[in-house]
Write a protein that binds this ligand. Structure first.
Ligand code: ADP
Ligand code: MG
Length: 423
């Protein structure tokens, strides 16, 4: 679809792009990332013929980019530039209609199809509600969505986007990337998108190009490019990489400069976690980040907490999907609890099927227990008061602490187990 061969580019005397080589397959979605000033916009402008390279070749399909007329090019590729400032006083509707220019005769007569395409694009980008407003009276984010609508009506085979979500709030960031992803999947548009938001683009594209000072530092699948080494080196800052279990894609987290000298240490501290239905996931990840060993139980196989515990390689006392807890599982659970230093009970609901998960605690009067009480126990008691009764009994006999949310959980563990967890 698109192929760049040894592209060099300079603004006046300053060389910006150095020997850029890559190709974009038909229907592929590539993201371009890199620090400010690394040449992302300059690269995109070369591809959209706004700038021409000092040397090298750009091929679009079989032909050289230079050989396309502007009208031909506008049917093949649409561009959403970084700067979407518009100097003329067009209405939103008229501006989007301009995207149909390459399909109109030289008198610019508007066909039914043109109207239909414009209507569709206004709806897709949620801009129909201000279609009669002047483009100049919109906010940056609204204007950005209008420019994306204009690109869509061009029905391009290749969509070039330069930071399409830079001034959008997270709801529209997601909408726009979902939309781009649909255009890629369903209308088979090839997409080349620049984004300064590593984490957003990484959830969507197939391959990434990481630019550093006008050079391709790395090109490859997202997980090959988003690595601790690559990102730390190119952005010159310390980061950590995690994986989003939903998309199975990596994301980058910033590691703030350390304010104190604590360092996590290897430890033998053990937690047993009683949870279910997804109420334990965040807790597992908090404990995992602290290098704490965790066992979970009793969990039904296939439960989302079971899946997360599996992913994290935790010991699990498990029973078949939807089955109630049996004697054998209770005994196994007891053993795990006996071996743990702390028990955490998530704010999971209790019914007759999993009541044994709470009953078992009455055997361990000497243990420290944390009850997550994001929600009152009465609201999660589906055992005609039996659960609530057990909670009260355990609170009386054990060393129980009620914790309201995950932040409180972090700070409780950090404060109370400091000596064990940190040097
Ligand atoms: P990015 O989009 O990655 O932030 P750009 O492609 O906009 O980076 O810019 C790359 C480099 O080229 C920067 O050093 C920038 O200052 C310079 N540059 C950008 N536009 C121009 C221009 N019109 N004239 C001269 N230098 C420019
Ligand atoms: Mg830029």
């Amino acid at each position: 679809m698109l192929k760049l061969e040894d592209i060099n580019f300079s603004y006046e005397k300053q060389k910006i792009l150095h020997k850029i080589n890559f190709h974009l397959e038909e229907n592929e979605f590539i993201g371009i990332i890199g620090p400010n000033g690394s040449g992302k916009s300059t690269l995109l402008k070369n591809i959209s013929k706004l700038l021409s390279p000092d040397s090298g070749y750009i091929y679009l399909d079989k032909g050289l980019l230079n050989e396309y007329s502007y009208k031909e090019l506008a049917r093949k590729m649409a561009v959403v530039p970084q700067d979407t400032e518009v100097n003329f006083n067009f209405s939103v509707y008229d501006l989007v209609m301009m995207g149909r220019n390459p399909y109109q005769d030289r008198w610019g007569r508007v066909s039914e199809k043109d109207k239909k395409k414009v209507e569709e694009a206004l709806t897709l980008t949620d801009t129909k509600k201000f279609q009669d407003k002047s483009i100049q009276k919109l906010s940056g984010g609204e204007r950005q969505r209008v420019i994306i609508a204009r690109a869509i009506v061009q029905e391009p085979e290749l969509l070039l986007l330069d930071e399409p979500t830079a001034s959008l709030d997270i709801n529209y960031q997601r909408n726009i990337f979902d939309l781009i992803s649909d255009l890629n999947d369903e209308l088979e548009m090839s997409v080349l998108a620049v984004s300064h938001d590593l984490n957003l683009i990484s959830q969507y594209c197939e391959r990434l190009i990481l630019l550093s000072k006008g050079n391709i530092h790395t090109i490859g699948r997202v997980e090959e490019v988003i690595t601790k080494e690559n990102i730390s080196e190119v952005y010159n800052t310390e980061v950590d990489i995690k994986y989003n279990p939903m998309t199975e894609r990596p994301y980058v987290i910033i590691v703030p400069r350390k304010k104190n000298s604590y360092k996590r240490r290897e430890n033998n501290f053990k937690v047993h976690l009683i949870c279910g239905g997804g109420t334990g996931k965040d807790i597992m990840n908090i404990l995992n980040d602290l290098n704490i060993k965790v066992s979970c139980g009793v969990l039904n196989r296939g439960d989302s907490d079971w899946e997360e515990a599996k992913r994290l390689n935790y010991e699990i006392v498990e029973i078949p999907p939807f089955a109630p807890i049996d004697k054998n599982a209770v005994e196994k659970n007891k053993k795990k609890i006996g071996n743990s230093d702390l028990i955490i009970v998530s704010n999971t609901p209790f019914g007759w099927g999993n009541l044994d998960n709470i009953k078992v605690l009455t055997n361990f009067e000497e243990k420290d227990i944390l009850f997550m009480t994001n929600q009152d126990v009465e609201a999660r008691d589906f055992t005609e008061g039996k659960t609530t009764e057990l909670f009260e009994k355990i609170k009386k006999n054990n060393n129980v602490r009620e914790i309201n949310n995950n932040k409180e959980l972090c700070s409780f563990i950090n404060t109370n187990y400091k000596e064990i967890l940190y040097d």
